[in-house]
Design a protein around this ligand. Structure first.
Ligand code: SF4
Ligand code: SF4
Length: 289
């Protein structure tokens, strides 16, 4: 192995796994993505239809991009009808801060470093890149699945000008794929997951309770108790496994569980105070109620 490799101490930042993919234009998944948009399956998520050239070409995000570095970030179980990723502080800033710390390490090893961190906030196909980096595969429920760590990971990304060959390749995966499982399709309460890999976001509880601004058109019972997000197709998956989350991702867990049956009694002012740093603010109290 070359002694010229750059080693990132990713575990020190709380990341579970790391891999580097060569930055290049994405051709393969674009037709499927465009068909998804053409059918309007993205609902109100208009941002998905914008910046397509950037989404499919990392060099449009970082001129001179050579690699897409992918980091898996663990979160915990759902609770109180709220998805696991939303049990603490809004993850965007938490993960980005850690990626900035990695960038400092990279600059020391590669002084000509140019690059940017991304966490679910820019037109980046994180799951695609995590697969290309050798970290896992995409399940029929459209989640990124790490055979080692399961489904409960966010993906932080750094697009940069360091050649991917400067990082050791990820170890080969022992096993991947869904086989003949199909459990996620059977578990979806609304039929939003209408075929393998084929989701209609407009019927998805996660979309309706997190992304959409319209009143949620399903009763709490029809949503199987989900108030923010939905994990039915995740929890059904045999690859799902519990992880030790970043501590910041757990800070509201007790509060959310305590409120599970009393959201209606909470005032907007109190909600904004108690959840000021939480992703739940995005949905707003009325949506949660
Ligand atoms: S998140 Fe829930 S509603 Fe959406 S596809 Fe999965 S199981 Fe279906
Ligand atoms: S539940 Fe089964 S079919 Fe669905 S993603 Fe997991 S392994 Fe694949």
């Amino acid at each position: 192995m070359s002694t010229n490799l750059i080693k990132i101490n990713y575990r020190a930042y709380g990341f579970l796994d790391f891999g580097a993919a060569r930055a290049e234009k994405i051709e393969t998944v674009r037709p499927r993505f465009e068909a998804f948009l053409a059918e309007g399956r993205h609902g109100e998520m208009g941002y998905l239809a914008r910046n397509l050239e950037k989404r499919f070409d990392p060099a449009q995000l970082v001129p001179g991009a050579e690699s897409v570095l992918c980091f898996l970030v663990p979160y915990g179980q759902a609770g109180g009808g709220v998805a696991g990723f939303a049990q603490g502080v809004d993850y965007h800033k938490i993960v980005k801060d850690r990626l900035f710390a990695v960038i400092e390490e990279l600059k020391a090893a590669f002084p000509a470093f140019e690059g940017r961190p991304f966490v679910d906030s820019a037109p980046v196909l994180e799951r695609y890149w995590a697969v290309r980096a050798g970290l896992g595969f995409i399940g029929q429920n459209n989640f990124f699945i790490s055979p080692d760590f399961g489904l409960r990971t966010l993906i932080g990304v750094i697009v940069c000008n360091i050649p991917a060959s400067r990082f050791a390749p990820h170890a080969p995966l022992a096993a991947t794929g869904c086989g003949a499982c199909g459990a996620c399709l059977r578990a979806c309460p609304t039929g939003a997951l209408r075929a393998p890999f084929d989701i209609d976001a407009r019927r998805c509880i996660a979309y309706l309770t997190v992304e959409s601004h319209a009143p949620v058109p399903l009763t709490l019972e029809e949503r199987q108790g989900w108030r923010f997000g939905c994990e039915a197709c995740m929890q059904a998956c045999p690859w799902d496994k519990p992880l030790t989350p970043l501590p910041e991702f757990e800070t509201h867990r007790a509060d959310i569980s305590a409120l599970a049956k009393s959201w209606d009694a909470l005032s907007d002012t109190e909600f904004k105070q108690r959840f000021a740093d939480s992703g739940l603010l995005r949905a707003g109290l009325e949506h949660l109620k």
